[in-house]
Design a protein around this ligand. Structure first.
Ligand SMILES: [Zn+2]
Length: 243
């Protein structure tokens, strides 16, 4: 092929985007590590491990699945979105682990964000929340943290649009999962243990499989959207992804 100056170039590798059923998006990467746990574990690394394990489980169930990144490198939000849309996927799920500061809770603070006005996005978010929350809630001995409005919900900006571009922009039915709080001492220590990745990958894969093969809904979407307040001093992990 020719480069923009008209000089011939040989391409040694190409990565055609094949059609797929599911795109998993491990949040952050490279220069953007995301949250950090009490053991030093980077959110970007944990998100990737969980996404790889969930993709493996989906492959084993004959659900074709692509990852937006496969290593510790930076990728723009718009590239992640474009990949999901170009792959003509049925579901795009962004995987995150949350940062600071939520109140002590006797339950996990799992949050899944859905796209406004898309009932299939609400269904995907509800199923992810139900499955992931139930598994985490069955683990004994964790001091959880949570916001009062945790659950399956919409997060909107002051104009009423979805606050996170990864939720707002994709044509693909999508949801953004915040598994729990990596930055909280007890949760973050648990997340660095052997077995955590497989423990949480299983309900993610199960929720997606249920989304694709049934019309179940999972956790109902909260009626009231959370108003995102970037200057409110309450930083949550995906805030860096705002435009
Ligand atoms: Zn994040």
């Amino acid at each position: 092929m020719f480069d923009p100056c008209g000089n011939p170039q040989t391409i040694s590798k190409i990565f055609p985007i094949r059609e797929t059923q599911v795109v998993l998006d491990p949040g952050h990467g490279g220069k953007d590590p995301g949250a950090r746990g009490p053991t030093g574990l980077k959110e970007s690394e944990l998100n990737l491990k969980v996404a790889v394990a969930a993709a493996q489980l989906l492959h084993e169930q004959d659900v074709p699945t692509l990852l937006t990144r496969t290593g510790d490198y930076y990728i723009e939000l718009d590239e992640r979105i474009a990949l999901g849309d170009a792959a003509n996927a049925t579901a795009l799920v962004s995987i995150h682990h949350n940062a600071p500061i939520a109140a002590k809770s006797n339950k996990p603070g799992t949050e899944v964000f859905a796209q406004t006005g898309d009932t299939e996005s609400a269904r995907l978010a509800g199923l992810l929340h139900k499955e992931v929350f139930e598994v985490l809630n069955s683990v004994d001995g964790i001091e959880w943290t949570s916001r009062w409005d945790a659950g399956a919900l919409r997060v909107v900006n002051s104009k009423g649009g979805d606050a996170y571009s990864l939720v707002r922009k994709p044509q693909t039915t999508n949801a953004l999962l915040e598994v729990a709080y990596l930055a909280s001492p007890s949760e973050g220590t648990f997340m660095a243990e052997d077995g955590y990745v497989q423990l949480v990958a299983a309900p993610i894969a199960a929720a997606i499989k249920t989304f694709l093969t049934t019309d179940q809904n999972g956790t109902p979407l909260l009626e009231r959207a959370r108003i995102h307040n970037p200057s409110g001093g309450r930083r949550t992990c995906p805030e860096v992804e705002l435009e």
